[in-house]
Write a protein that binds this ligand. Sequence first.
Ligand code: FAD
Ligand code: 3HM
Length: 375
Amino acid sequence: MKEKNGLKAEVAGAGFAGLVAATTLAQQGWDVTLHERGEEMRPLGAGIVLWNNSLQVLKAIDAYDTLLPHTMVPPYYETRIHNESVSKEDFDGLPWRTMTRRALHEALADAAIQSGVKILVNSEVVAADPAGSLTLASGEVRHADLIVGADGVTSQVRDSIGFEQERTRSKDGVTRLIVPRCKEELGGGDEWDNVIDFWNFEPRVLRVLYVPCNEDELYIALMAPIEDEEGSAIPVNYDVWVESHPYLAPVLREAAKITEGRYDGYQTNVLKNWSNGRVALVGDSAHAMCPALAQGAGTAMTNAYTMAMAVSARPENLPETLVAWEAEERGITDRCQAKSAWYAETRNMSKGNQFTPEVLETAAYDPTEKHVNHV
Ligand code: FAD
Ligand code: 3HM
């Protein structure tokens, strides 16, 4: 923790991006208030895969050690077409880990509280001003040196200012659920510790991404085209899914019991700029992406961290610092977003062996390397 620097930040949204931005700023000496519109802080979604880029951020902000016992490193990322294995990738030692979103969110919320971030729940942000203010639904206007829009894909901070953006929706979407591992019922054996990406194209497109998160919990993402009403139905239509993936029957039976699931279409938003005056956008508000490369939260956390470090190192002319930060960090996110959209469009992840060094560029990035003064 650094000494207080007399600077004030207001952060909208306590998702992964907002928590990392708020924690990093507080550790660098800022007085930080984090606004979450929900009644409590909790993550959307089920499980998640993180790679070196975000794992390094977690280390830098002291959230890694709390999280580690709740994560696992599956032996392989396997891809199967019609249950025939086409590849088993281990990324040549590149760090990656699977976990539930709940575990990640709890570790980040703990780090934020430990770092002195003031967290306000039931605090909805309705607008922001590039001169340095945030307006809450209560009517209160709060002024600060830095305003962070980490309020997700439907960002009020972004839309109240009118950032120029292009939005694209994909043809596929997923239902994401946490179910018991069911390892023995599946037949036992080490293969059930792998991430397994089960792609079926005949008689219809139905894919199951199987992601063990720890000894007890399994994350499954059931992908179906938006136009497939049965495939995208909630609760999960057991008969339709088990017909396509009979070897996953125990897991699908558990999935069909869950009534509060959600089917989400994939979407991409590309903004002309990520900042305007004293307002910086981080995470899905700035660059929502298709999940194919599992980097939406990874890039969100990476950009939240590098933004917070940049404004802490050069707070004097903050709007210029934000422009320089974007110029430095944006390329790697843009490339990842474009590749993720291409994979969603072509469904080419089904071919296996897709994690080439070029595709793993974002995953391999270490955003903490150039910021040696983080603790
Ligand atoms: P969000 O998680 O959306 O958080 C925004 C927060 O702001 C929420 O808490 C919300 O309640 C709050 N909020 C919203 N509006 C307001 C307001 N007006 N005022 C106050 N608070 C507000 N990424 C990975 O890295 N790895 C993966 O494996 C992965 N898998 C994915 C699978 C699927 C199917 C999908 C759809 C996405 C996946 N992602 C993955 C992407 C990842 O989920 C998102 O990119 C990430 O959660 C974005 O974080 P965020 O903090 O920017 O936004
Ligand atoms: C981890 C992960 N990877 C890919 C997808 C996808 O392409 O839908 C979803 C995920 O949760």
